[in-house]
Design a protein around this ligand. Structure first.
Ligand code: SAM
Length: 268
């Protein structure tokens, strides 16, 4: 089959999948599987694709049609300019979360200590550690998959200043930190089933469920963080777009994302 015919099949097949641009996604699949650039894709559309590659691409299309996110299929996700490996049951890092990294980096002083509660894939921990070699970065999670995935990303990005270990929030944490960050599970329990199939059927519930009002983890962390935060340090959270009111009431600074929605909160 010719490249252009395969692309047509992909675009058509991806058409009914919500929240994706079939054109962009089809190009991404072709570039990834065939190991070619965007220019190759445009200039070589008459090229014949061998049977093996064709089957691999159709298999990806079928997995996408059944709702599996592309990041799980390809095994990586781009985040803050880095390729983050996605292995096992870990949350796919969202582009919205890059606002958190910017806000963490802005507030770090030389040789600070950074702690992340609930690292997931390690996308944020690794992005901070990569930008700032002088900062020591510790991430924790209760998911063995998350710990394993973060270890892989630390190694893959060759980071000497980052580590990850098991802890139920602050349970295994000693000492104090200058910035404590968390993007905890914050979806209301009864909302989870209404989310898109990519999330409900594929992403770990452990990474999503924030309890009845979605605020369980924030409340737990807020009740303890002062014991682990240095004087003049910062507690930084990513929050859901409809959770600003709770943080406003407790006097936190609220930072909006590019869509004008509350996204990051800062507490001292
Ligand atoms: C929303 S995900 C965020 C992952 C990552 N920080 C990101 O933004 O892509 C929340 C993470 O918290 C972890 N988690 C859930 N309960 C936890 C607990 N009691 N202690 C530590 N981590 C927990 C989950 O396993 C998951 O990796």
């Amino acid at each position: 089959m010719k490249l252009k015919e395969l692309q047509k099949i992909l675009v058509k097949g991806l058409e009914n999948i919500k929240f994706t641009d079939p054109f962009i996604e089809s190009r991404r699949i072709l570039m990834e599987v065939l190991g070619i650039s965007m220019t190759d894709l445009i200039l070589n559309e008459e090229q014949e694709i061998n049977k093996e590659k064709e089957e691999e691409i159709i298999d990806i299309l079928n997995r996408r049609k059944s709702g599996e996110p592309l990041q799980y299929i390809l095994g990586y996700s781009e985040f803050f300019g880095n390729d983050i490996i996605i292995k096992g049951k870990v949350l796919i890092p969202r582009p919205d979360t890059e606002v958190s990294v910017e806000n963490i980096l802005k507030r770090l002083k030389p040789n600070d200590r950074f702690l992340e509660l609930g690292v997931g894939s390690g996308a944020i921990l690794c992005s901070v550690a990569k930008e700032r070699a002088d900062i020591s970065c510790l991430g924790i999670d209760i998911s063995e998959d998350a710990i394993e995935c973060t270890k892989i990303n630390i190694k893959n990005l060759n980071l000497k200043n980052a580590e990850v270990k098991y802890s139920d929030l602050f349970e295994n944490i000693d000492g104090k930190y200058d910035i404590i960050y968390s993007n905890p599970p914050y979806i209301r329990s009864d909302e989870i089933e209404n989310l898109q199939i990519e999330i409900t059927d594929h992403e770990p519930r452990l990474a999503l469920d924030g309890g009845e009002d979605g605020l369980d983890f924030y409340k737990k962390i807020i009740s303890k963080y002062k014991d682990y935060l240095n004087k003049d340090g910062y507690l930084i959270f990513e929050i859901g777009h409809d959770q600003g009111e709770f943080f406003d009431k407790i006097g936190a600074e609220i930072i909006k994302d590019l869509n004008g929605l509350p996204r990051v909160v800062i507490m001292r």
